[in-house]
Design a protein around this ligand. Structure first.
Ligand code: KG4
Ligand code: ZN
Length: 366
């Protein structure tokens, strides 16, 4: 069986073909056209502009997908398309395109929740191998159990920050979510304050990584940080619930930035020290709350999904915390953490086709 997945919920136009044969998945094609350069001057995604770009890019990306080394000539068995959550005009661009294709090929349409796509692509991935999509079974660690469930999924992107209890594929309970800004949004907004480019997450990570890890560099970074003295809050880290709040972190960055002389706040030392502290503050909150949720719910594994899960430092720190606590960590390769059509095709395998397909910008995972 072959599924074509279409993703247009935000600023990436993604189309992929995923084949399932004898219980195994094989990626036949996966192409993404990013609009980052177009939205960069605005410091965020501009919905009507994004829709126009999706309409332009969808046929181009499809052509590339059909023209891979597999020369896919036959129609797929079904088309999976993101119906939400996301930006309404962007969702409709993908849905209308999918409907036309479905009519042309005479195949059914499967509506997919974007967040479930992020969750499943990480659940089915192991390590950083791009072409491998494996069964949802434990690979090692705890010999008593082969299962990955219950799992705790942390889904962090530009639009959502959620902790989800995964009892089985398709059985989800949202334990907590952000009350204001998403983790990725926090990176995007604080990067803007520091004069870094959009999207902020990779920009902050790149600047923070410039504080190299030699002993000398570490000492000079510590000196710069202590001279500049930046200590940001870790919002809601000790709260009893599993909710998040990142807007206070953004405000703290803004206050600190405003309190500095112009020469200092434009200096590399300040921007690096601040980028590192922002990244660590976000990571601390995400790690502590996820580990607590996993322990309290007797989780076998932790799933990290969404664009922010591409963050190298976040992956490293989750890796070591999971190793200490004997949770198996599932996280997709970096390039599959950000939006793509493959995660939508994969999620499509777990749902039935529907006749009525409509955009649902506020769709929830439950
Ligand atoms: O999942 P995604 O591609 O789109 C949404 O569904 O929102 O996530 C995009 C978000 C952006 O906020 C971006 O800044 C963040 O993911 N992001 C990162 C990294 N790469 C992307 N955040 C931190 N570190 C990264 N390396
Ligand atoms: Zn996403």
């Amino acid at each position: 069986m072959r599924l074509l997945g279409i993703e247009t919920s935000c600023d990436e136009t993604g189309i992929a073909i995923l084949e399932k044969r004898k219980g195994k998945f094989r990626v036949l094609a996966n192409k993404v056209s990013s609009q980052i350069e177009i939205h960069r001057p605005y410091g965020g995604v501009y919905p009507s502009l994004a829709k126009r770009e999706h309409l332009k890019n969808l046929p181009l990306v499809l052509r590339k997908v059909l023209n891979t080394k597999y020369q896919i000539l036959n129609a797929p068995d079904a088309i999976a398309v993101t119906v939400g959550p996301g930006l309404d005009p962007c969702l409709w661009a993908g849905i209308e395109f999918a409907k036309n294709l479905a009519k042309q090929w005479n195949v059914p349409l499967i509506p997919v929740n974007h967040v479930e796509g992020h969750l499943l692509i990480s659940l089915f991935s192991q390590g950083d191998e791009k072409s491998e999509i494996r069964p949802a079974r434990r690979s090692g660690g705890n010999p008593k159990s082969e299962t990955l469930f219950p799992a705790i999924a942390l889904l962090v992107s530009g639009g959502h920050t959620q902790l989800v209890l995964v009892k089985q594929i398709g059985q989800y309970k949202i334990l907590g979510e952000t009350r204001d800004d998403a983790a990725g949004e926090c990176f995007d907004k604080t990067a803007r304050i520091l004069g870094l480019s959009y999207p902020g997450g990779p920009a902050i990570a790149a600047v923070a990584a410039k504080i190299r890890s030699t002993r000398f560099a570490k000492a000079s970074a510590r000196r710069a940080k202590s001279e500049i003295r930046i200590r940001l809050p870790r919002p809601m880290i000790h709260a009893k619930d599993y909710d998040f709040s990142f807007s206070g972190l953004k405000t703290a960055v803004l206050y600190d930035w405003k309190s500095r002389p112009e020469k200092l706040r434009k200096s590399k030392a300040y921007i690096r020290a601040m980028a590192k502290e922002i990244q660590q503050a976000v990571i601390d909150v995400l790690v502590v709350k996820t580990m607590r949720a996993a322990q309290e719910h007797g989780a076998e594994s932790i799933i990290l999904g969404g664009g922010v899960a591409a963050n190298k430092e976040l992956r490293k720190q989750f890796n070591s915390q999971c190793a200490i606590r004997n949770f198996e960590l599932r996280v997709a390769p970096k390039e599959l953490c950000t939006d793509n059509g493959l995660m939508i095709a994969l999620a499509g395998y777990f749902h039935k086709p529907q006749k009525r397909i409509e955009a649902a910008p506020d769709l929830r995972l439950e």
